[in-house]
Write a protein that binds this ligand. Sequence first.
Ligand SMILES: *Cc1c(COP(=O)(O)O)cnc(C)c1O
Length: 389
Amino acid sequence: MFEVSQSERLKQLPPYLFKEIDRKKVEVKARGVDIIDLGVGDPDRPTPPHIVAALAETARDRANHQYPSYNGMGHFRESVARWYRQRFEIKLDPDKEIVTLIGSKEGIAHIPLAFIDPGDVALVPEPAYPVYKIGTIFAGGVPYYMPLKEENGFLPDLSVVPEEVAEKARLMYINYPNNPTAACAGVDFYRRVVEFAEKYEIIVLSDAAYSEVSLDGYVSRSFLEVEGALEVGLEFHSLSKTYNMTGWRIGWAAGRAEIVRGLGMVKENVDSGAFQAIQFAGIAALEGDQRPVEEMRRMYARRRDVLVAGLRDFGLKITPPKATFYLWVKVPEGYTSAGFTSVLMERTGIICTPGNGFGPSGEGYIRFALCQEEERLQEAVERIRKLKL
Ligand SMILES: *Cc1c(COP(=O)(O)O)cnc(C)c1O
């Protein structure tokens, strides 16, 4: 039998940092400990019933059983355009400026194939959702990391990107409200990004997966709202977090027509679009009753308040986030991210994600996902209260 050797592309993937933590998780579970998993950012509540009903109904229609169009159903893209107009007062051409995605991750991972040649640079924040970096590497590109630091409100400092790097960069990823730091960005930041992108001719990719997961009445802004943004960029959106639809795989990208077209050309050649019944469900989500979204926001705000109060009692400093369902928390003095994650797991059965897993600047932090019911978070708080370091 011949040896199966992986491509350089796969070998280039960053080492998996959670092996040791995964091993401990198995060990703790085997001891019969009641685990409270706040590690994974995946909404625990079901998709609202009217959305499920729309899928069930349209799945029965044989017209939906054949290949969909590669760039998405016109009706879905029109629905997205309407949503943008109502939500942000942004006018988009549904035919040229919007493409349906099989979840936004799919688009985020594929877009470098359209605009990155081997050796080209992509500006990638860290800590961050890993797909920006990996999509770049898969296309043969070179990520240049922009650290997100607390003292800058977890926004990248564009003024420290070296001139020669900026000149070579073709893409820049940004993500607000942010995973994992829960930081938000205002239009002033987006204006600086547009200015930078125009100067260096960089395509801006704004990941807005958490735009609707906003708490306490906070309303997040869109990158595309800023003047000039539609000339330099694209925004990725997802129904996953807003409507508890992570399993459904539906999202979209919207922005400058040539950029949408480039992504569409990649997709045309690697997938054949999203199941139409799922796009109909997406329309039901965007156009239907929005009360479940309001309820979702209140629910995460309550959960956040429970965990923030408990962590503060324990002595950790934390600023309550106004968006996302994450808490990004500094570990106590003398601990690393992995070290404190292990202590929590072994002595309380609580699982969180060590911040360094999202990039080196995440060292010294841990991330809690508020994807468990309030009673479970109360239970977590009780356990943390009894923890003596
Ligand atoms: C969850 C998430 C996504 C959304 O992924 P889908 O593929 O649309 O489910 C995108 N970006 C970030 C930062 C996320 O956390």
